[in-house]
Every structure is written in C-alpha cells, then in structure tokens.
Write a protein that binds this ligand. Sequence first.
Ligand SMILES: Nc1ncnc2c1ncn2[C@@H]1O[C@H](COP(=O)(O)OP(=O)(O)O)[C@@H](O)[C@H]1O
Ligand SMILES: [Mg+2]
Length: 442
Amino acid sequence: MDKNELLSILKDWNEWQVPLSDIGIIRPEYLNRLAGLIEGSNQVITITGPRRAGKSYLMRQMGRKLSDNGLNRENILFVNFEDPRFTVLDAKLLGQIYDVYKGFVSPTSTPYIFLDEVQDVAGWEKWVLTMHELKKARIIVSGSNAHLLSRELGTLLTGRHIDLTVFPLSFAEYLKFNKIETAKPMDIVGQEAEIDGALCRYIESGSFPEVVLSARKTEVLLSYFEDLLTKDLFRRFRVRKAALMKSLIKYYLSNASNLMTFSAAGRALQANPETVEKFCGYFEDVYLFFSLKRFSFKVKEQEKSPRKIYSVDTGLCNSLGFRFSDNIGRLAENIVFLALKRKQIQDPRTELFYWKDVDHREVDFVVKEGLKVSRLIQVCWDMRDEKTKNRELRSLQKAMKELKVKDAVIITDSLESEEDLGGNVVKVVPLWKWLLSGRASS
Ligand SMILES: Nc1ncnc2c1ncn2[C@@H]1O[C@H](COP(=O)(O)OP(=O)(O)O)[C@@H](O)[C@H]1O
Ligand SMILES: [Mg+2]
C-alpha cells in the first residue's frame, strides 16, 4: 500500500495531531483491569468478546489513559483493521504500517501498539511474536472471536499472552450509562422504583452499549445481527448453508433459556443434527450463544445431556425471536445467566451447570467453584402463582439435599422474603437487587 495513503488512514485513528472526539463513557471495571494487565505483566494482551461489546472503545480509552498519565501520544499506535481502506490484510501490511509509523511519527520510547480486529490479518501472530520477543513494542490485540489465535499459529503465543474478555453492559453499568448512580448502597435508597423500571428496559432492549444509548434500538440491533451474520459467521467460517444458519439463530433466540438438543433443532429446521452442532460451535466462538450442561458427578453424563441455551443479549431475542411480554421470565433467566457468565470469565475455576433429576425437577444454575458445588440459583419470575412456587421450591430443596449445598437463592421479579426449605433458610430476592449485589457483579 502507498505510504501516504497508509499514513492518512493511521492519522484518522490516532491522537497524534487531533484528539479523538468520542471515547465514550468510562467502564472502570474493564479499564482498570486492562491498565493492570499492561502494567503488571510484559505479555501480549488479547481482548476478545462479542462484536459491539465495546472492545474498540476500551482500547481507545486505554490509549487516552496512557497519554493522560504522561505518555507522549506519539508512542501510541492504534490500527483498526476493519477500516475498509485496507485492502489486503497480511503480515506485510503490519510491517508497512510499523515502518510508516516509525518513519513519520518517531516514537520516543517503546511504543504501545493496539491492533483492533486483528483476526483477519493473515499471519498476525508471527509478526506480533517477533515484535514482542524483540521488545520493540507493547502489543494489545482485539477480536470478536473466542478463538482469536488461529489454530495454525496460535501456539506461537502460548504462554506469552493474557486474555481479557469484554462483555456488553452489566446492569450496574447499564444504570451508569443511563445516569443512575448505584456505586454505593446509599445511592440506591429512594431510587428502587426507578431502578426496577430500568431493569425492565434492560431486559427488553438488552445491553449493547450503543443500543442502550440509542433512541432507535431495534434498528441498531437489526444491523448488528446482519453484521454478525455476514462478517463474523458467513465470511469467517465460509458458511454455505447461510439460510439455514440464519433460521437456526432465530430458532435459538426464540428458545433462549430452554433445554435444547441438536436433534430437536435439526427436526424443527429439517437439518442434519451434525450441521446444527457444528453451527452451534461457531455461535459460541463468536459469543452469540452460550450453552449450559447438566450437572452430574459423571463427566460422560454431563457431555451427553441436553443443553440449555442462552443468548448474549436479550435485546436480540426480543427484536428477532419472540414477544417480550410473553417471555419475560425466560429473558430474566437469561439475564441471570449473563451475570454469572461475566463472573465466571474472571474466575476460570468456576463452572456453571443446570440441575435436573429423573422426576424432571429443575434448578436453573449450579455454581461450582473448584471441586465444590458452592451455590444454587433458581429464577422464579412469578412466585405469586402457588403451583409454580411449590414446584420451584421443591426442586430447589431436592437439589440442595442431593448436592449437599446450603447456599441457595431464589430470584424473582419483585418479591422479597425468606423460605424455609427443610431447615435451610433461603433468600428470595428481586432480580434488580441481586444484580446489584456483590454476588452477581463482582
Ligand atoms: N464505553 C462506551 N461508551 C459509550 N459508547 C460505547 C462504549 N463502548 C461502546 N460504545 C458504543 O458501542 C459501539 C460499539 O462499540 P465498539 O467498541 O466498537 O465495539 P467492538 O469493538 O467490541 O465491536 C460504539 O460504536 C459506541 O457507539
Ligand atoms: Mg471494534
């Protein structure tokens, strides 16, 4: 590529001359964690997470933080590989970019290089490894795929990188984006009704930062869906059965929080279960869906079990799947799952399961920490219905006994109380309260 052309692209994304106008709202949890990784290690940092979760914004904010802390702006290089002006994405381009940067900007110390959406650059791992080994730069890369490192070259960076996963907004962040302060317990007092109302909107339109801030939520969500399909799925995995994949996504969005098998999905869509399974692997790679296995002490049984499927965003379920009002309980369960998943990603010793016995009693979430089952979580949206309530309580009691767990919670829409389950007192907590409590968010 022509040097001047390259330079003009780079200038648009960097703050060498003009500061970027929009770096968004700070998400301290991620920014501090990223800053900690940059300071506390000398490894390559890989940032992954769903498309549009806020990875690029986080990188920009990190750049700004570095310069606010006194780093010369010329020592930061930010490259966005989704810029359509880049035609061929390969290691040669990386070399050219670096040369142009060194030549025109002249960094005064080891530069910080941010490579955004790097996964489409063929052979990027080798280039990054060389730069890293020669200590020519601190490198931070990002991508919208759990397997950012390619199968062929990923091992090059084994042991030389640390991951940070960025998720769409937690409920606390959502409130902050909506200017409702909840950092201290005192902030909440007097705002309960407002927070509960916000929860309803959080469930309905989901948690992608841009959607949260936009007045045209459905429109933005639909465009995300198209991008995800074309850029992350069809192109990357060279999908031939595009129509089938699209139907399958809609099918899963409509079935969020339900128990699913590959063969049932295959029957519903007249597709081969193996194809369904393969596609589901892709969906997990791009963080579109997550699946949960049934808890069992036998690993083989766990593997064979039907999966519960959760979506990365309940707004997507609503705009492409089903009617919000008819399914709010399932969406609420999906929200609980996402909160648990966020926590699990930070602590890889944690595992999540659902529980079900031969009598079809079910508990929504089993949290295992290390070798020990530490707690159970039951989402029971409408506890006012006696029959539902009894069923959910009986299931929970049975699971507590079988798994020998005393720590359990029941999450509801608004009810707050305590239930005595065979001598164990179990807390009943409204979802908004649980989401803002330390147990869900930290
Ligand atoms: N911290 C933030 N503050 C305000 N808006 C944000 C923030 N993070 C993301 N956004 C919005 O969401 C959109 C997608 O974020 P982006 O960082 O580009 O996601 P990703 O890089 O993960 O695909 C942005 O264009 C912006 O509108
Ligand atoms: Mg991005």
